[in-house]
Design a protein around this ligand. Structure first.
Ligand code: SF4
Length: 367
């Protein structure tokens, strides 16, 4: 049963130096509108399949979905609501960049059913924003939150990046204090990663900038986790904290093997044990759909073995953990003995110490 729909919007106002998402700079209204129409056509193609739909979540991600005019987002939502079997209580999220939508736009989105926004803020300290190559100012995010709340959208995530070059523990504390003073329900906090092929990746390879060492980054994670938990944001996934009842239902689908359909350039889907990905090249994507073809460029079937492996590595990311029954008993005992994990209701749950070395634990359990 397909329970979620992800719509990828690849346009951004600027390209951030650390970003490895499929996104590019464009404010060309014709190109953007053409893309929206192509996404709708792709959705129509999917309707012709006999997938069983009962949609609980719709997520507009990117890129920067708030580069679109609000009515373009509404058009996609209306198509989904009119053509696809869905729950009454849909979670509809739109990712927004701080300098884009304000009250009028949020009012239009709210009336169409958008009830959650996710703001790509990253930091409230100007020096961090500058290092990250972000063009917005802290006041843009304050204004965005205020106007969303005024329009009736109260489920708000704000993204945060930490372990930034030059960031001190005091800077991090100052940032956390601002984040937790805001009327938001969810904070996604990511350790900065320098992906290969990004501008940051190249600067690091050439020793022009450097990231904090592993020990500092780990201590920063502990600081983020302790601070947010103390302020009532519970960690339910390694990079996500939420107030009670505000975990992101869409992202939980990904981590619990729920079926979802991804639409748009480079979007991924998981339906009926089949994982498939759309063309990553924008022109190829547009051309395929316009020629009446599904834009799928890659697919694989997930067999029982692979499914169990994924259950383990996805489950360990979650506060809820993974069923001990599917794990090697001896290895579980080792993890418990060394304080990397705890047992709760037949599930193995990583401790903070375990979260810090999650990749090593996954490899240990899977080998
Ligand atoms: S706004 Fe987001 S998607 Fe766009 S370039 Fe920056 S990090 Fe990447």
């Amino acid at each position: 049963m397909v329970r979620g729909i992800y719509i990828h919007i690849p346009f951004c106002n600027t390209k951030c130096p650390y970003c490895d998402f499929m996104s590019f700079v464009s404010d060309n209204p014709k190109l953007i509108n053409d893309y929206v129409e192509t996404v709708l056509t792709e959705l129509e193609f999917h309707m012709e399949h006999n997938y069983r739909f009962y949609i609980e979540t719709v997520y507009f991600g990117g890129g920067t979905p708030s580069v679109l005019e609000p009515w373009q987002i509404v058009k996609i939502i209306e198509f989904i609501k009119e053509n696809i079997n869905h729950q009454k209580d849909l979670e509809i999220t739109v990712e927004c960049n701080p300098e884009t939508y304000r009250y009028e736009a949020f009012k239009i989105l709210k009336d169409a059913g958008v009830n959650r926004i996710s703001i790509g803020n990253q930091s409230f300290l100007e020096k961090n924003l500058e290092t990250l190559g972000r063009k917005h100012k802290p006041k843009d995010t304050f204004e965005m939150i205020e106007s969303a709340v005024k329009a009736g959208i109260r489920n708000i995530n704000v993204d945060m990046i930490y372990a930034i070059p030059g960031q001190s523990f005091n800077d991090l504390k100052e940032d956390l204090e601002i984040y937790t003073s805001l009327p938001v329900t969810h904070i996604s906090a990511y350790m900065l990663t320098a992906y290969e092929g990004t501008q940051f990746g190249n600067l690091i390879d050439n020793n022009i900038i450097s990231l904090p060492d592993e020990d500092t980054s780990s201590k920063m994670f502990l600081m983020v986790d302790e601070f947010l938990e103390e302020k009532g944001f519970k960690r339910y996934e390694v990079s996500n904290w939420a107030k009670d009842g505000f975990s992101c239902r869409h992202n939980l689908l990904y981590w619990t093997h729920g079926e979802f359909l991804g639409v748009g350039v480079s979007a991924w889907s998981f339906v009926e044990n089949r994982r498939f990905g759309n063309e990553r090249n924008f022109e190829n994507y547009m051309e395929k759909v316009k020629n009446g073809k599904l834009p799928v460029a890659f697919e694989e079937y997930i067999d029982r073995n692979e499914y169990i492996k994924e259950r383990i590595f996805l489950g360990l990311r979650l506060r809820n953990g993974v069923e001990i029954d599917i794990l090697n008993k001896k290895k579980v005992e080792e993890l418990l003995k060394n304080g990397y994990a705890e047992k709760e209701n037949g599930r193995l749950i990583l401790t903070r110490k375990g979260v810090l070395v999650i990749n090593e634990i996954v490899r240990y359990l899977l080998n």
